[in-house]
Design a protein around this ligand. Structure first.
Ligand code: GAL
Length: 417
């Protein structure tokens, strides 16, 4: 194409695109969903929003578990350049609402009867001081053990339900030249494994450490046992243990190089998008010793009150998140479960159904994830993750030392109500 013609074509595209942009409203959305399945889930919401003539300007900050996204959001707020929508999970909703930075969504919630639709724990997570500050998308189960069926069958081993059994199964896998546990040394991924190990030591211990932050719990020998287990589990992780995104571990399991993986069930979304089928190629069970509990986090979107003229569009996005079709389709791709009291259970796979049934069974079964921002203040969460990571990487740090330092972290900061 001659240059002048090409320029004219380009101008046409830009001008028309610009005019279209000016006609429709659009929202910039800050989030950290980068993997293929996460991207697919985001695209689905963006497309459904587009059907209502609202554009989705994507602000993805790649940072598994969202630490980087949080930093970017804070600096953009300070620079008065906030996006209209942000993924702010759990405790962070409360922190930002308290500072008056979020739009309250009471009208949308009342119009959509959210109090009747939502599982009670979800309803309370999105509220602060009696007002609604986030639109919930899905609930993930963190204490999930993914296993490659072919590899376990090859060594004739069952799915381990305790850490003692895990040791036996892992030894057999290793003898057969298979990496027993796919794991990254990224801080949040190490800490995600660690919180499942703490839960296996006792739900009372978990709640006292991470929700109540009681000093006595930090001196409990079971915390030492969880730390020791974290260290001893390193020998089943292949060597060297790489610092990689979580999709790297998913790939190892999918390509029959590693047999198991402990990870939130967003990993299921990624296994499925790679062409593997639930119950045929891989299965999901509770991470060892935690079958009675649902260690959870809830993905939510909050609206920032930066442009009053965009409020109707923001409210439409909030309402859309709760529509039965988005709940079913989005969570199917993402690996999570709907936040609803009456979801379409028949459309779910076996992992999702088991997850939803356990979560909905009782408040006692629900355990909020520390690492994924459901249990305690952000500053304490960050410090615990860093300490656990240091302990994991450096074998010269003793269990007693790490335990003492975790106790100091928990008692140094006053707990925000
Ligand atoms: C979690 C989030 C999940 C998933 C994961 C890894 O914090 O809740 O939706 O995205 O991080 O990126």
């Amino acid at each position: 194409m001659p240059l002048r013609k090409a320029l004219a074509a380009l101008c046409l595209t830009v001008c028309c695109g610009g005019a279209a942009m000016a006609r429709e409203q659009s929202l910039q959305v800050l989030h950290w969903w980068k993997s293929t399945s996460e991207r697919k889930a985001v695209d689905l919401i963006a497309q459904r929003l587009g059907e209502q003539d609202i554009g989705w300007r994507d602000g993805m900050i790649p940072s598994g578990s969202g630490v980087g996204a949080g930093i970017v959001l804070r600096s953009r707020m300070l620079a008065k350049d906030a996006p209209e929508v942000a993924q702010l999970n759990g405790i962070v909703i409360r922190d930002w609402a308290r500072l008056n930075l979020l739009l309250e969504l009471d009208t949308v919630a009342a119009a959509g009867h959210w109090n009747k639709l939502l599982l009670p724990t979800v309803a309370s997570t999105i509220q602060y001081d009696g007002h609604v500050y986030a639109a919930p998308l899905g609930i993930h189960r963190i204490n999930t053990l993914f296993y490659n069926r072919k590899l376990l069958a090859r060594v004739g081993q069952p799915v381990p339900t305790t850490w003692q059994e895990f040791e036996r199964v892992a030894a057999r896998l290793q003898q057969a030249g298979i990496v027993p546990l796919a794991q990254s040394s990224e801080p949040w991924q190490v800490a995600t494994l660690f919180e499942t190990l703490v839960l296996a030591e006792g739900v009372d211990l978990y709640r006292n450490l991470f929700q109540k932050r009681s000093a006595a719990a930090y001196a409990d020998p079971r915390l030492a046992a969880a730390l020791a287990r974290l260290r001893s589990t390193k020998r089943w992780m292949g060597s060297p243990i790489q610092e990689r995104r979580w999709e790297g571990s998913v790939r190892e399991v999918a390509e029959n190089r590693a047999a198991m993986m402990v990870m939130g069930d967003w990993a299921k979304g990624e296994l499925v998008v790679r062409g593997l089928a639930v119950d045929e190629d891989f299965g999901c069970a509770a991470s060892p010793g935690t079958a009675r509990y649902h260690l959870y986090n809830i993905d939510t979107l909050s609206m920032l009150g930066t442009h009053p003229e965009l409020r109707p569009a923001q409210e439409k996005l909030a309402a859309l998140a709760l529509s039965p079709a988005v709940q079913a389709d989005y969570n199917h791709i993402k690996g999570s479960i709907p936040v609803l009291r009456n979801p379409a259970l028949a459309k779910m796979d076996a992992c999702a159904r088991a997850s939803w049934k356990l979560f909905a069974s009782s408040a006692e079964a629900q355990v909020p994830s520390l690492v994924h921002r459901m249990a305690t203040d952000e500053i304490v969460r960050d410090a615990i993750v860093a300490e656990v990571h240091r302990f994991f990487l450096d074998d010269s740090v003793t269990v007693a030392d790490a335990q003492r330092r975790l106790g100091t972290i928990a008692s140094t900061f006053t707990k925000t109500k």
